[in-house]
Ligand binder design. Structure first.
Ligand SMILES: Cc1cc2nc3c(=O)[nH]c(=O)nc-3n(C[C@H](O)[C@H](O)[C@H](O)COP(=O)(O)OP(=O)(O)OC[C@H]3O[C@@H](n4cnc5c(N)ncnc54)[C@H](O)[C@@H]3O)c2cc1C
Length: 574
């Protein structure tokens, strides 16, 4: 039924939802969200997950290559930490990185106890493959479907522990009063109604924002909602300018070809058949860090040695048997989406937006600057990845810091009382939705969305400079103005996916602005942030984190020192 009623009735319609109370609400049913939910539920907390897709459909399920942990006696957590800090171009906080690497082995065993199946070596131990920027083969995997394996095991556990799931509920507001989290407001896809969920604590685990770029490996749902919601609720965002571009994505679709393909021995060729990485990273070659490989590819393409805007990833020498055993999914993806069977021909690949190093500023137990609001996984910035993340460290971050956020929440919930949840939050959210549904759109939102992704790719992509970033910022501001007048053609109450896409676009525009602001201010090149007008890393002025916060509708930049404990910054060479 269309919503062609008076303003008052529209608002009453939206306000007709439930008011429910839980101890803790976890926004996001990916690996970080489910891992934290297990800890909360095990501790006896009344725990709910709210997710805009069913948990097993979260982007985590698409992770391919693996998860890092120093398991062998010839490897060590300190070597893992040294690789991670170097990979981060020395921007990672070393206290947090130490926690990540020290606790990795424990969490791999925990996952195994829950039922995770890992690929095995000839002795029956967990197999580990080499990954980019790692000095040791320490990436545990399940063929090239690692995320799928972990997601389904965690899902079984949340069901076993009685976690309440509100699926296909889209969170539109974090209720924060006196700098303390009070709960959330979410729209239910099925009915279109707004519901209020009260809680003592919230864990934000909403994933990344890859969708603000045109070419991306990310699911349609990776729209940075959590970061935008947290920003408007008063949380600090950190290091938003650092966006990872993965070196091997399929042209047009942006579908990922795992780094595991290079880990297993695949290499990159230009149009002349040269293995060009020998020139850019003589030691590590294709297994240099992702920022280095992506820039090398782009240089080859820009200098005329590409093949239809791509370079070629060759795995033919591995043979059909190994490809089928270890890389069966990428074979299938290449056949279905590029028309190429990698057993017979090299795969055309190019760089694409993949991962957000930045996010909601959080400590090693997930605590943010808002009392009772925790963050974990890709939506958080605990700063273990700094300016560039190593492959295999993100699943690890989601598991380690998801668990830790759950544990910290338990202690917090048990020592706090439930705060009130004023009606104002609901009336504000219902006014907003009613307004969007009622207005006659000046243009469809998808046009704004397309222009945003193109502008971000052009101005905040692999290579950046002052003029481009200023143009990008101007464009996003223009799009934000147009967005205020845009609206919906579908006015239905229930299953209004156009409404949800509209809300996501609002979040993406906010997130884009923070990426551009951070990037424009940072007059240096570090990790994934490569400024052609400031090509050098500048530790004197820029060995610090960028913070962005919203003060009465204005975005303010601030900076914070990097925590350096064991490893002194040095030039990064691969
Ligand atoms: C193709 C691909 C392959 C990858 N491979 C690897 C790999 O091999 N190794 C590795 O370490 N990393 C890999 N990564 C990165 C890694 O998978 C992710 O960083 C990680 O899984 C993120 O987990 P998460 O739980 O933080 O978020 P996600 O899994 O993205 O989950 C986000 C959740 O938040 C929910 N949500 C978001 N917004 C809202 C809202 N407004 N209301 C309600 N719910 C909301 C979603 O429904 C979803 O449940 C890969 C990423 C991609 C895209």
């Amino acid at each position: 039924m269309g919503c062609k009623c008076s303003t008052t009735k529209d608002i009453l319609f939206f306000q007709g939802g439930f008011l429910v109370t839980h101890d803790v609400i976890i926004i996001g049913g990916g690996i970080a969200g489910m891992r934290s939910a297990i800890e909360c539920a095990k501790a006896g907390l009344n725990t709910a997950i709210v997710s805009k897709v069913y948990p097993v459909r979260s982007h985590s399920v698409a992770a391919q290559g693996g998860i890092n942990a120093a398991l062998k006696s010839t490897d060590s957590w300190s070597a893992h930490m040294a690789d991670t800090v170097k990979g981060s171009d020395f921007l990672a906080d070393q206290d947090a990185t130490e926690v990540l690497c020290k606790e990795a082995a424990f969490d791999i065993t925990e996952l195994e106890k829950m039922g995770a199946i890992w690929s095995r070596d000839e002795n029956g131990n967990v197999a580990q493959r080499p990954f980019g920027g790692a000095g040791y083969p320490r990436t545990c995997y399940l063929a090239d479907r690692t995320g799928h394996g972990i997601v389904h095991v965690l899902y079984e556990q949340i069901i076993k522990h009685g976690v309440f799931i509100y699926d296909e509920w889209h969170v539109v507001k974090l209720a924060v009063l006196d700098n303390a989290a009070r709960g959330i407001i979410a729209v239910e896809l099925k009915t279109g109604r707004l519901h209020r969920l009260r809680s003592k604590a919230i864990i934000l685990a909403t994933g990344g924002y890859g969708r603000v770029f045109k070419t991306t490996t990310n699911a349609l749902t990776s729209t940075g909602d959590g970061m935008a919601l947290a920003l408007s609720a008063g949380a600090n965002l950190m290091d938003m300018e650092f966006v990872q571009f993965h070196p091997t994505v399929l042209p047009r679709t942006g579908i990922l070809i795992t780094e595991g393909a290079r880990g297993e021995g695949g290499y990159l060729l230009n149009s002349k058949g040269e293995r060009f990485m020998e020139k850019y990273a003589p030691k590590a070659k294709e297994l240099a860090s992702r920022d280095v490989v992506s820039r090398a590819e782009q240089a080859e393409i820009s200098e005329g040695r590409g093949v239809d805007g791509c370079v070629l990833l060759d795995v033919r020498h591995l043979g059909a048997e190994k490809i089928n055993q270890r890389l069966s999914q990428i074979r299938e993806l290449s056949i279905n989406f590029a028309g190429i069977d990698p057993v017979e021909k090299p795969i055309p690949v190019r760089p694409g937006a993949h991962y957000s190093m930045g996010g909601v500023m959080a400590g090693i137990d997930g605590q943010t600057n808002i009392t009772g609001l925790y963050a974990a996984g890709e939506s958080a910035c605990i700063s273990v990845h700094g300016a560039n993340r190593l492959g295999g460290n993100s699943l690890l971050e989601a598991v380690v810091f998801g668990r830790r956020a759950g544990q910290a929440t338990e202690a917090f919930v048990k020592s706090t009382t439930l705060g009130d949840f004023p009606d104002g939050f609901l009336s504000e959210a219902s006014f907003e939705l009613a307004g969007i549904l009622k207005r006659e759109p000046s243009e469809p939102a998808y046009i704004i969305r397309n222009e945003m992704t193109v502008a971000m790719e052009e101005h905040a992509g692999l290579f950046r400079n002052k003029t481009g970033l200023e143009k990008g910022l101007e464009k996003i501001k223009e799009l934000k103005e147009r967005f205020k007048k845009a609206g919906l053609t579908d006015k239905a109450d229930g299953f209004n996916s156009e409404l949800l896409a509209f809300l996501e676009l609002g979040n993406m525009l906010d997130v884009s602005e923070t990426i551009l602001l951070g990037a424009l201010a940072r007059n240096e090149s570090r990790g994934a942030h490569s400024r052609t007008d400031f090509p050098q890393r500048d530790d004197v002025n820029w060995l610090r984190h960028t913070l962005i916060r919203n003060q009465s509708g204005e975005l303010h930049l601030d900076y914070k020192n990097v925590v350096i404990t064991k490893i002194k910054p040095a030039e990064r060479k691969y």
